[in-house]
Design a protein around this ligand. Structure first.
Ligand SMILES: C[S@@+](CC[C@H](N)C(=O)[O-])C[C@H]1O[C@@H](n2cnc3c(N)ncnc32)[C@H](O)[C@@H]1O
Length: 366
């Protein structure tokens, strides 16, 4: 694999701060808010890796991902409880010397960190660092501490083998910025881009797996392929739309944890309460929803009725099946109650109130 060392090829990235960067950082903050205690309250050590850390702040002072992640932990309400149980380490890898030095300055402004929190800025090519890390863990036969990797390059050329190897360890989660517009263009060029695409997808299966004419269906197919390649249990992603409202990149979360899947779904619903898993560049980040939009639960009600048409299901079993869909559990609970009120479904074999806790067996009304 040819890996080039070098300076930041896109320094103008740091001049502006669009809604897409804002939402990307909101998702990291929201997710880490749940992830830190979920693992930190028992694991002994947890690690956040920012593989493309950048320079720490944008020109107008907005914080970059390393400081977002670190501050999320420093300001976390369970911080001290987590530190009683675990060390928390932040690796910030950045290839560009100048960016790395600016980031170090930002970090030093935070002063001395509480004991058991460590920041390790590294000036290097992240893929070399990750390959070395993978090799070390393999050689030692040990599993790394639970880790969250944020992979945020400018381009799409991320070696698939590295992603696959990382996901092969227990309790590793990846949050990848898939630069879809360029990746899609490369796929459209076919054989001319074959070597690069073979690296990205760790083999030639992209030829048969990504074939749709529709750009968003192709994105779904690419995500499916990345999921299969990494053998991740759950892929969850949000489409980030550029100026012309066409998908520019995908923020893709890969995890083997059911709780991780639920948490990322919750985070995306928080940034899009209407349930549309996309974010537009043109949206105003400072504008909050005055009235939180209610999602249309019609497709969910149809999903429930279709399920029950095959056979009755316990409420909690339906909730498990829901994990593969975009809907959250509170939506399911509401839709079940509505369908029962409307006389479409009924429940039996339960004691007490008709609710998820009493776990009725749900069936279609004749
Ligand atoms: C999109 S910016 C990162 C933004 C940052 N994650 C944030 O949200 O604030 C990409 C950064 O990755 C750096 N970079 C590019 N290729 C790299 C590589 N192979 N290894 C490490 N850093 C790299 C660039 O110099 C640039 O600073």
């Amino acid at each position: 694999m040819a890996i080039q060392q070098g300076a930041d090829p896109n320094p103008s990235y740091w001049a502006a701060y669009s809604n897409l960067q804002h939402v990307k950082h909101e998702l990291i903050k929201e997710y880490l808010n749940g992830w830190f205690p979920k693992l930190g309250l028992w694991a002994g050590r947890i690690v956040y890796f920012d593989t493309h850390a950048g320079r720490g702040t944008h020109a107008q002072g907005q914080l970059g991902s390393p400081l977002i992640a670190l501050n999320t932990f420093l300001e976390h309400k369970s911080r001290d409880k987590i530190l009683e149980k675990s060390e928390v380490t932040f690796f910030f890898i950045e290839r560009d010397e100048e960016n790395a030095s600016l980031l170090r300055d930002e970090l030093s402004r935070l002063g001395t960190l509480p004991a058991k929190i460590t920041c390790r800025p590294i000036v290097a090519d992240c893929f070399l660092v990750l390959q070395e890390l993978i090799a070390q863990f393999r050689a030692s036969g040990r599993n790394p501490a639970p880790a969250f990797f944020f992979i945020d390059p400018y381009g799409f050329n991320i070696p698939g083998s590295v992603l696959r190897d990382l996901m092969g360890f227990e309790r590793v989660e990846l949050f990848i910025n898939v630069i879809w517009r360029e990746l899609n263009m490369a796929i459209s060029q076919g054989e001319r881009m074959a070597d690069t695409l073979d690296t990205v997808f760790d083999g030639g299966t992209w030829r048969d797996a990504i074939t749709s004419e529709d750009i968003d269906e192709r994105a779904d197919q690419a995500v499916n392929l990345l999921r299969t390649m990494t053998e991740a249990k759950w892929p969850t992603y949000c489409r980030m739309l550029g100026d012309n409202n066409v998908t520019r990149y995908l923020l893709l979360h890969l995890t083997n944890s059911d709780a991780g899947r639920d948490l990322m779904k919750d985070c995306i619903w928080k940034v899009r309460p209407d349930g549309k898993f996309y974010v537009r560049k043109s949206d105003d980040p400072s504008q909050q929803y005055l009235i939180e939009p209610e999602p249309d639960l019609t497709p969910l009600r149809t999903w429930i009725l279709d399920k029950l048409r095959t056979n009755p299901f316990r409420w909690k079993v339906l909730a498990d099946h829901l994990r593969a869909e975009v809907w959250r559990e509170p939506h399911l609970n509401k839709a079940i109650s509505e369908l029962r009120k409307g006389g479409r479904i009924e429940g039996d074999q339960y004691e007490g109130r008709f609710c998820k806790k009493s776990n009725p067996r749900l069936f279609l009304c004749p």
